[in-house]
Write a protein that binds this ligand. Sequence first.
Ligand code: COA
Length: 199
Amino acid sequence: MGLNTLPRTITLHDGRNLELRLLEVADCLGLVEFYRTLPEQDRQVLKDDVTTKEWADRFLRKVATKEVLCLVAMDGDKVVGEGSLYRSMYGWTKHVGEIRLTTARSHRRQGLGLAMASTLVKLATDLGIEKIIVSMVENQLGTRHTFEKLGFQKEAVLPRHVKDISGIKRDLIIMANDVSQIWAAMEAMVQDYSPHQGE
Ligand SMILES: CC(C)(COP(=O)(O)OP(=O)(O)OC[C@H]1O[C@@H](n2cnc3c(N)ncnc32)[C@H](O)[C@@H]1OP(=O)(O)O)[C@@H](O)C(=O)NCCC(=O)NCCS
């Protein structure tokens, strides 16, 4: 599942085949389009306003400096999932990475999120990252479930830290995974839960 296995084809639970690969500069507009088609409710839980060309330009600069490693899921020529590993290249949290992940509503509950998350965890370990965190709002059940399956555990709660679409303040939950210890266990879980691998 590391870099040398990308691009690769995965088969979702419903039989659709998608390609997982690293983001290319030419995907920029497709990525913005993907985010623009997400319901506002989903975009509200993302850290950035991901619908603008300015965001995409900033994001691509981070990809170029390798501060962000970005994985996309392609259904034909359409982006249907984006998962990124953010890391700081210097300083005392150099060993820590953060995963942010979004899949298209049309492709959810089909194993895509889990396949992307587990690939990002593997890429992180290949890069020497020892700890991965994921931030989520308290009611993001899908995110919580996906990362729990990969061995992530709740590590911190920041009370009333984010405002949701209705202006209600909600707790931010930070889940973490010490990858150096549990990668082996995760691999066993992924075999049970990830979609079939195609050629
Ligand atoms: C979180 C997210 C990426 C999951 O993607 P997905 O493609 O649905 O993931 P999967 O199909 O691989 O599901 C993984 C597991 O979580 C479960 N799950 C997914 N959504 C769920 C939900 N809303 N409620 C309960 N369980 C859910 C799935 O059933 C699956 O478990 P299973 O194998 O036991 O059935 C997707 O819901 C999403 O993009 N959410 C909006 C953006 C977001 O919140 N991102 C997180 C910020 S890091």
